[in-house]
Design a protein around this ligand. Structure first.
Ligand SMILES: NC(=O)c1ccc[n+]([C@@H]2O[C@H](COP(=O)([O-])OP(=O)(O)OC[C@H]3O[C@@H](n4cnc5c(N)ncnc54)[C@H](O)[C@@H]3O)[C@@H](O)[C@H]2O)c1
Length: 311
């Protein structure tokens, strides 16, 4: 069975991905310092196909050794999000960019690498822009910059696939409530009130289980997909912030939504993202925003202690 190395495998996406890979019979090694939820991988330690290494991706000799022993490398370890990177600039560059360079420099001919980056630089300054993979990425945060720089390096290597992700939503073993859908639902459940700036800003979204499915699809169809970058989002979910709030209100009827005028959102995303390229290769995200909202309402209603944010 294929051996998969995941850095940052204890995180929001990584813990869900590791779990599904183990369920499907893959051998998985995770390197992570478990910065947030220390228990996000507890349910995997029993499985003999799962190895956990509590260590830092700055440890080059460890990375070198582990890369040699694995077929697929999925480097997820990062300082994720603009606020966190602003607070820790040096570490952001070292982890988000430096560790990817180290990994790339140590790949052998057999290694295959799958990289996740953000599509958040699309559409900046271009109202109602329709974005595909050829649209320029102009990151406005250090986070976006480190991810774009790393993606550029990844693209120099043939045995790689990059996914530019829409904003992810849904429950995970390591929960994040800073992501837009998760955040709106949390506020709706806890305060019964959402304030929105720039309500007409449009974004693309994707459920975390669809992200996991896409990565496993790309492992199984690597040769068909390799040497390329793909947008990854739910095509029916290019929706505005106010549309999103209204969808939540449909499930939480008493919710109050207040639109704040004359206040700008530092996050300038306003775009329509095309996911046609990956869909033509045979993968299509299917989990709806409504299903995710229903799930998230239960998470925030029943287990609000679990939320450990990263900023
Ligand atoms: N969630 C999204 O919407 C989204 C969108 C686009 C791209 N991504 C990318 O996906 C990846 C995972 O993001 P996530 O949402 O799961 O975030 P996350 O913060 O939950 O996961 C990051 C993981 O990396 C680990 N980590 C951080 N620094 C480390 C270090 N020095 N050594 C070892 N481990 C370290 C953390 O402990 C954490 O478990 C990131 O590369 C991110 O840029 C995420």
């Amino acid at each position: 069975m294929k051996k998969i190395l995941i850095t940052g495998g204890g995180g929001y996406i990584g813990s869900m991905l590791s779990t599904e890979l183990i369920n499907q019979g893959y051998k998985v090694t995770v390197i992570d310092i478990l910065k947030y939820d220390k228990g996000s991988l507890d349910h995997l330690y029993f499985n003999k196909n799962f190895i956990f290494i509590n260590n830092d991706v700055g440890n080059t000799s460890l990375l070198k050794k582990q890369i040699k022993e694995h077929d697929f490398i999925i480097p997820l370890a990062a300082l994720v999000g603009a606020p966190l990177c602003e607070k820790n600039k040096k570490d952001a560059v070292a982890i988000n960019f430096g560790s990817i360079k180290t990994i790339l420099n140590n790949l052998n001919n057999k290694n295959k690498l799958i990289y996740l980056t953000t599509n958040s630089g699309y559409g900046i300054g271009k109202k109602n822009k329709y974005c595909d993979e050829n649209s320029p990425l102009k990151p406005i945060s250090l986070y976006g910059q480190t991810k774009c720089d790393a993606e550029n390096e990844v693209q120099k290597f043939k045995n790689t696939i990059s996914f530019r992700l829409a904003t992810v939503f849904g429950a995970s073993y390591r929960m994040r409530s800073d992501l837009l859908v998760n955040n709106f639902v949390q506020r709706a459940v806890e305060k019964n009130y959402i304030e929105i700036f720039e309500p007409k800003f449009r974004r693309n979204f994707i459920h975390i289980k669809d992200v996991v499915k896409a990565i496993i699809f790309s492992i199984e169809n690597f040769n068909k997909l390799k040497s390329n970058v793909y947008n990854l989002g739910l095509s029916s979910a290019n929706i505005t912030k106010i549309d999103l709030a209204k969808k939540i209100k449909k499930q939480l009827k008493t919710l109050k939504i207040k639109v704040i005028k004359n206040r700008s959102d530092p996050d300038k995303r306003d775009y329509f993202v095309s996911n046609v390229k990956i869909e033509k290769k045979g993968f299509k995200a299917t989990i709806s925003i409504e299903e995710g909202i229903r799930e998230l309402i239960e998470v925030f209603k029943n287990n609000s202690n679990k939320i450990t944010n990263n900023y």
